[in-house]
Design a protein around this ligand. Sequence first.
Ligand SMILES: [Zn+2]
Length: 388
Amino acid sequence: MANSKFVLDKTTTIGRIGWINEWGRDSSALDRATPSYMIYTRAGHIPHMTWDTVGSKLTLKQKVELFQITLPSHYESVEVIKEFGKGLKAFCGIPGDKIVHLSILDPIGTCYTGYNDTKSEAIWTKSGRRSIIPEHLREIVESMKVNSFSTLLDYDTPTDTKNKRLTKAVNRTSDWLDDLFRMEQDETPSALSAVVAIGGGFSAFHRERSARELGTNLFAMGFSIDLAPFSLNEKNQLRVPYSETEIRALLGDSLSYLPEGKLRLCEGSFTPAQIMFLISLGFDMFDSSYATMLAEEGKALRLASDFPANLQFATLDFTDKTFEEDFTPLFEDCQCYTCKNYTKGYLRHLHNTDELLGPMLLTIHNLTEFDEMFSRIREYLTSNVKQS
Ligand SMILES: [Zn+2]
């Protein structure tokens, strides 16, 4: 029923290997091997880049075609987009052949505890807090004409949450999904492009319950499993230290309640080593907010030459004066526009003078490296299957 042609090729102890042929609404053609990622955007563009520069300066191994947009950065223009009538892509000047997925929260944006209620999930826009009810989300998805979207989640279950509140959160997430599709007797585009949110907070029991209840949802084109508190986003008040042991224990067997052949999405900002670990637990899709976050901190990402056999990675920090008189290219062996044309000394200078070009050049390199990372991970998974 659901509109995503995801083909799970193999499951290994270090991850799932798959392929996506179609994506969401209108079954947009896509040709993408997994594990993979969506490119993070804000206000309708990759932060610090225009679509023109994306077209001329960004060359990735996987086609530059799948993007994550977030509700907080578009919520205030929903009415205008509705009136405009041609959808969000046309409104923002996003090239028509691109595919956009709508996430409810910004993976590197604000999130506070204490504001979800029985009827709605809270998000934070530039103008403050907004409450999203299922019916409204339906309207937003319809007016924006996004290719897919994540469904509502009661994420507000910090570490000390009592069982009663956890049960309420799982029930709310299920109820909101029912409300979203209450009118669906037919297969409307919005129903067919839903990536169903799975919650449960810091309780393995509730995570399993949420997965068991929602895993059977016929409309789901995939599932978004909430690990946002473990991500690097310091603007999330629910944030806790990342812990592999804790994540493994929390997820437990819950993913086994989701159909094998459906995509598993993890929205959030995670390091290369963390992503590799999450892939080993069975996740297929991520977002590139980590690459953007580093660029905004003035940092360039570098994987170990034998990543992911070696999970090390480094970040060069251009807020550091050390690079002032370093006239070598950013990275000799990287083929990206930034590394081919600019020196470390110049990147330091751009940072120091607060030039807009600085974060743009770092974004180009970081996305290239982030993309390279997934390419190497896919090769690594494939070669490990052959050996076993
Ligand atoms: Zn580069």
